[in-house]
Design a binder for this molecule. Structure first.
Ligand code: KE4
Length: 424
């Protein structure tokens, strides 16, 4: 059996950077990525036989822990009836009905295959519905790799924003405007400068791609009011927060109703699934009903739907699931904060429910600029220290820790013991 070093050497010959998604390459922490062979519950095992307590959870989907029996059984059962038909099935109707039942703002939904595809499609729906082209997003928020979202702020309000990736023509980002997270004035300025041109505001209701940055009190409510005042749609990108903070996601947790919502991760139970949905009058614009085209060979795939349905059903019918998980998050992240404070290590621990992260900065972290004050070299030390003690964290400062219902108190205590030994 090849270990991670050998596998990485092999991988780099045939996969760009040796990976199928950049963050997995461990570039930000300067280490060889661990090639994982299997997972169960809150545990991972790598190609060198090492065992870890996992806080990546496949970047969010594994809220019940890995290889949950009900999810595996549903996948095995569905697979025996065939993997994909390219035709309508009852399971995708069940999944759509369940999402509409659990998320009140969603009256109609379309299944896709990734969060990126969900965002790309929701933006097209918003533009098709409003007849407007401009989209406001926030610096530090990540919405997948669709061209229009790979954009960095220009120097000033009126300068055109430029692509943040090679291969993205200027034309793809010139209608994308950048505001600052938790700064409603920056949003108001854009609505004034581009009056009547803005189709939608898209936001992570809890920032989780600049590390974890919660919305400031009233920020989401203010976004709702600005969109209403300007005839723009509010899109909540709940690819991470959907079914993470509660059955109604962040919109239920904070009591703010978007016009469109994007989903991913948890709704697939570990299989490739995304979705976007919202008001019926908007979703009726989507083909074949309306003029906004969107399609996908494997959208609503029966095996993926079976995995997602099994996971969502477990979340729906486990008594007090979210009260228990979010309380565990409060306790665990609170204990991490106390340990780092006692060790007099400059840090900021941000968390919401079972989502959290440590920034190595003395400043409050409330947006992308303040997140960037974190000492990323210190983060790499922290990552390496914890990994050597069997704790698998996100290999980047600007990601999140994901707690699951499979993380036992005993394992969480072991993680806290490992943290106590971190003396940079
Ligand atoms: P995917 O296309 O990766 O399924 O989803 C894109 C996406 C959209 N919206 C939000 C809020 C997201 O966090 C993501 C993807 N999340 C990252 C983790 N921060 C995926 C990990 C990776 O890129 O490998």
């Amino acid at each position: 059996m090849m270990g991670s070093e050998e596998l990485f050497d092999r991988a780099r010959k045939v996969l760009p950077g040796g990976v199928n998604s950049p963050v997995r390459a461990f570039g930000s922490v300067g280490m060889t990525p661990r090639f994982i062979t299997r997972a169960a519950g809150d545990r991972l095992w790598d190609a060198d036989g090492r065992e870890y307590i996992d806080f990546v959870g496949s970047w969010g989907p594994m809220i019940l822990g890995h290889a949950h029996p009900a999810v595996l059984e549903a996948v095995e059962k569905a697979a025996r009836d065939g993997l994909s038909f390219g035709a309508a099935t009852e399971r995708e109707v069940e999944m759509a009905e369940l999402i509409c039942a659990l998320v009140p703002s969603v009256e109609m939904v379309r299944m896709v295959n990734s969060g990126t595809e969900a965002v790309m499609s929701a933006i097209r729906a918003a533009r098709g519905f409003t007849g407007r082209d401009k989209i406001i997003k926030f610096s530090g928020c990540y919405h997948g790799h669709t061209d229009a979202m790979l954009v960095q702020a220009g120097s000033g309000l009126m300068t055109q924003n430029t692509p943040s990736s090679a291969g993205v023509p200027k034309g793809c980002t010139e209608d994308t405007l950048i505001a600052d997270y938790n700064d409603i004035v920056s949003v108001q300025e854009l609505f004034t400068a581009y009056y009547g041109q803005i189709a939608a505001v898209i936001v992570e209701p809890v920032g989780a791609n600049m590390g974890v940055v919660p919305p400031a009190p009233g920020f989401l409510q203010a976004l709702r009011a600005e969109c209403d005042a300007n005839g723009a749609l509010l899109i909540f990108d709940e690819v991470i927060t959907g079914f993470r903070l509660g059955l109604a996601g962040a919109q239920g947790y904070y009591g703010v109703t978007p016009d469109l919502t994007t989903f991913g991760k948890i709704i697939g139970g570990g299989m490739p699934v995304g979705a976007y949905g919202g008001q019926r009058e908007i979703m009726k614009k989507i083909s074949p009903l309306g003029p906004v085209y969107q399609a996908g060979t494997l959208s609503g795939n029966p095996v993926a739907m079976a995995a997602g349905l099994a996971q969502l059903s477990a979340l729906q019918y486990t008594p007090d699931f979210y009260e228990t998980l979010n309380a565990a998050g409060d306790r665990f992240f609170g204990a991490m904060d106390e340990i780092l404070t006692a060790a007099e290590i400059p840090h900021r621990l941000n968390h919401v429910g079972s989502l959290g992260c440590v920034f190595f900065t003395g400043d409050e972290v409330r947006d992308y600029a303040s997140a960037q004050t974190s000492d990323t070299a210190r983060y790499a030390e922290y990552f390496g220290h914890m990994l050597s003690r069997g704790v698998y964290l996100a290999p980047s400062q600007f990601e999140a820790m994901f707690l699951s219902s499979a993380h036992t108190d005993e394992d969480l205590d072991a993680v806290l013991s490992a943290l106590r030994e971190f003396t940079p």
